[in-house]
Design a protein around this ligand. Structure first.
Ligand SMILES: [Zn+2]
Length: 311
């Protein structure tokens, strides 16, 4: 497949030169859910067919990229890519580590902890911000839950009128993401540039249950209290997969139920297949049309898991 011709054929703008563009690569805007970076931070190696986004950390083969650019199934994307040419192999890591140069304006955070900003305020029973309280009420997040997950909000600057979700690794905050509470901002979800959010699972520090429910977002995870973790979107990254396997090996849970929004059934089946390879029992739960896990709440989701259709 000629990747440049392909991108042109589906009307995707790309940059071929500049300090952020690696050798044999073009850069495009990242199509992955949860990555709202509007600049061209996703590099595609047009010879090897690998990609990597410096803003959110998504990476993989051209097949995964095509699937997400066009919102089609794996098999359709494979067919478009010409599967024989672009299968995953060890070159991928080399590509990520060496071929692409780090853009000047972004920091890659690996071991360094991103601190919550000084202007972030923790939610307490004194919190009186009306927009924020309305948003929490709409999403059915009560005060004890907001406090349990250490939610913050922000009144000024970059994260103004946003609900802040600290992200933990073990018991340390390693970064955060945020959600607009006004429904005016074009950018719904926002996290610090260069923070590789897809290296983490949301809510694993609070998780405590025999069945681990995988959800898309922070709100879903919080609403399910201590039985879920969030993957910041519809796809499971390799790092997130590693973290789930290691939690399983440490007896943190016995089985998994994949609980993505109704439009992500294909992704859910793919996650099931990947995790089943490690001998974990995995179910995919189909949600009623138009409902997300946060609408239903913990009790109803546990009933679904026991009684209703799954795959
Ligand atoms: Zn991205």
């Amino acid at each position: 497949m000629n990747i440049k011709n392909y991108l042109e054929s589906i009307d995707i703008d790309f940059t071929e030169s500049g300090s952020n563009v690696g050798k044999n690569s073009v850069n495009i805007r990242c199509p992955f859910p949860g990555c709202d970076d509007p600049s061209t931070h996703l590099g595609v190696d047009i010879e090897k067919g690998f990609f990597n986004c410096w803003a959110c950390g998504e990476s993989g083969t051209i097949v995964k990229l095509i699937k997400n650019l066009e919102q089609i199934t794996w098999s359709e994307a494979k067919e478009k890519a010409g599967s024989a040419d672009y299968t995953r192999d060890n070159d991928l890591l080399d590509f990520i580590n060496e071929t692409l140069k780090l853009p000047k304006d972004s920091k890659i955070v690996t071991d360094v902890t991103i601190k919550l900003q000084d202007n972030f305020l923790p939610i307490t029973n004194q919190t009186s911000n009306k927009l924020l309280l309305r948003y929490l009420k709409q999403r059915k997040i009560n005060l004890p839950l907001a406090i349990k997950y250490n939610l913050h909000y922000c009144k000024s600057k970059d994260y103004s009128q946003r609900l802040i979700f600290p992200i933990y690794e073990e018991n340390t905050i390693v970064g955060f993401t945020s959600r607009d509470t006004t429904s005016i901002s074009k950018i719904k979800h926002k996290h610090p540039k260069g923070f590789q959010i897809k290296n983490y699972l949301y809510g694993l520090n609070q998780f405590n249950n025999d069945i681990l429910f995988i959800t898309e977002g922070c709100v879903d995870t919080i609403r399910l209290e201590n039985i879920a973790v969030g993957i910041f979107g519809k796809s499971l990254s390799d790092k997130q997969e590693e973290k789930l396997i290691s939690a399983y090996m440490n007896n943190r849970f016995k089985s998994i139920a994949v609980l993505l929004d109704e439009d992500a059934f294909e992704s859910a089946l793919e996650i099931k297949q990947r995790l089943s390879n490690f001998g974990i029992e995995v179910k995919v739960i189909q949600l009623p049309k138009g409902k997300d896990p946060a609408d239903l709440g913990k009790k109803r989701i546990e009933e679904l898991e026991k009684n209703e259709s799954f795959f």
